[in-house]
Design a protein. Structure first.
Length: 110
């Protein structure tokens, strides 16, 4: 009997949550599943967002880590992280949200 291996899209702001992203990535890998994350693809712009959407379409889960920042804002006024979240929800991808336990220790801002 073959077990299914899941693809998990890991989303968050980047600079402030590097350690948290790595920890989540390590857990996903340790369970035999596959992390999909920005470290593996080009910088975000509108063309890249189409690429990101295609990756989310292939994922079994969308995991969002929330810290103290909103993230880089795109032309329509939403951060790319927010856009990813909205897209995953619109496609019915199950969403898991992790809220940082000590947001006061993470630098705020965009």
């Amino acid at each position: 009997m073959q077990n299914k291996r899941y693809q998990v899209f890991i989303s968050s702001t980047f600079e402030d949550l590097r350690e948290e992203r790595r920890a989540v990535q390590d857990v996903v890998i340790s369970t035999g599943d596959f992390p999909v994350q920005m470290e593996s693809f080009p910088a975000a712009d509108e063309d890249q967002f189409q690429f990101i959407k295609s990756l989310i379409d292939q994922c079994d889960y969308y995991l969002l880590i929330i810290g103290g920042r909103y993230g880089t804002v795109a032309e329509e006024g939403l951060s790319y992280t927010h856009k990813e979240f909205r897209y995953a929800v619109s496609k019915g991808v199950p969403v898991l949200v992790m809220l940082h336990g000590d947001r006061g220790k993470i630098p705020g801002g965009l």
